[in-house]
Design a protein around this ligand. Structure first.
Ligand code: ATP
Ligand code: NMN
Length: 177
């Protein structure tokens, strides 16, 4: 059995690694669908789809997840939600169950006839990409504890900290851009 696990992974953190590890206890393969793939260099979506794929692979490798059981596919958004559903189906191998903590995504797939499950959450109060991004913007080094060391290294290598800070300034003053 194959499962779909959609997310933005901006950036991947230990909660994602834990979630995928748990999902793989129930299914043979998991497709991590990297959503909002066309967005990058903005405060909510600072990293490119390619960077997110790279980071997620390294995070899973570091978390000793069997990468041969994980398929990572980037999927751009589209205005029409039902068209997005069709797009997802056309971009990934067949899947039978969807794991998500997002009620809207759950609704879309349930109405399309898919079984939807909620993966267990790992310290959601601590581990969220929003929190990682906020800590980076505030120059709080605690962000590095929330992500695998390999992800922190990639973020530094691509200049992700400065990118995020500049992108967040742009959002505060949209007229500048
Ligand atoms: N701590 C966690 N434990 C388990 N699953 C998680 C955790 N954090 C996020 N997820 C799940 O990962 C999937 C992808 O989420 P996403 O990439 O949007 O991460 P996020 O941390 O929620 O990001 P953001 O804060 O930017 O919205 C969702 O189904 C979400 O429920
Ligand atoms: N119409 C659309 O393009 C559409 C609809 C629902 C979810 N999505 C994407 O799927 C991903 C879901 O991830 P989250 O559960 O983290 O929100 C996001 O990238 C989201 O933008 C896209």
């Amino acid at each position: 059995m194959r499962a779909l696990f959609p997310g933005r992974f901006q950036p991947p953190h230990w909660g994602h690694v834990y979630a995928i590890r748990e999902i793989l206890r129930e299914v043979d393969e998991v497709i991590a669908a990297v959503g909002s793939a066309q967005f990058n260099y903005i405060a909510k979506d600072p990293f490119t789809a390619g960077e997110r794929i790279w980071m997620l692979r390294e995070a899973l490798r570091e978390g000793r997840v069997d990468l041969s059981r994980v398929i990572i596919v980037p999927i751009p958004n589209v205005e029409n939600n039902l068209e997005w559903l069709g797009r997802v189906k056309s971009y990934v191998p067949p899947f039978h169950v969807v794991y998500t903590g997002n009620p809207f995504v759950a609704l879309l797939f349930r109405q399309a006839g898919y079984e939807v499950r909620q993966q267990p959450l790992y310290r959601r109060d601590l581990y969220s990409s929003t929190r990682v991004r906020d800590l980076i913007i505030r120059r709080d080094p605690k962000w590095e504890e929330l992500v695998p060391a390999s992800v922190a290294a990639i973020i530094k290598q691509v200049g992700g900290e400065e990118r995020l800070r500049i992108a967040s300034l742009g959002e505060a003053e949209p007229h500048m851009w």
